[in-house]
Design a protein around this ligand. Sequence first.
Ligand code: ZN
Length: 315
Amino acid sequence: MQKLGLLLREFRDRLSTDVPLPPDCDLFFCSEEAPTVCLGSMIHGNEFGSLPALVELQRQLREGRIQPQVNIFLLLGNGAAALQNQRFLEEDLNRVFTFDRTAASLERRRAEELRPILDQVDTFLDIHQTQTPTESAFYTFPWTNELGEWARALGAAPLGLTRASGASFSPGTCCLDEYVRARGKVGLTVEIGFRGFDELQEERAFRAMCRFIELSEALLVRGESLDSYVQAAASIGWYQTSYIETQFAAGSELRPGLTNWLEVKKGEVLSRPGSPVLKAPESGRILFPKYAQPGQPLPPELYRLATPIADPEQL
Ligand SMILES: [Zn+2]
């Protein structure tokens, strides 16, 4: 946690004082006319693997080594939770951008602080990490052809989990990227790997942020289309959720070692020996496996299965 503390301090020491901004947010102002890009990190506190990349980007911007043609917000979501190595303290920050009730929790108050920034952005990239180990980085968002093209041109992950447009990830909630998309702007989330510091993920996050700025400049400043960027990029393997394990017996437990994107066969036993038997109802790839902590109640769903989509445009 020492590295986290040092990076947080470095970020905070370098914050712009030119304009009033919410805590843990930075702005690199280009011009009134320029489009506005926002890069999000640590929206979930214990997903601080992209923080070194954000701090490096901040440094290069402040030193003038990167001279963007767009305004850039750097946004650190939940520093308070990060310092406690928690996903959140009172409420999941990435579910509370609904603004439909009094901001009673720490995270809802943080959402109120961040809202004016999201209200200005033209493009938003949110970098997350998974809570359980993952075989691959991946995107997750409801399908639109435009977002599919952005994801491919960005090249931050070889896989994507998508769903029909309009289908909410969790009904009654709103993520930051959803909030931005609801304004008709581009909002993209990528999971770069398992939570925590990791050099490969730092590089992945830094490349993704720089590339996102470049693409935003190409499209919104120079009026280019995504076509040439898409053609030059590797295609993405798109998947959709085909099964959610919710009907399980009391005492059910997943077998150790299930990771995100692990391939399983139909009928394969997914439960820990000695616990009620759980079998994969179909072949697919495991997503969001949940392991209950001792003394904690079981989560409402134990895992999801994802299967490939031949053509996401048909969703
Ligand atoms: Zn997250």
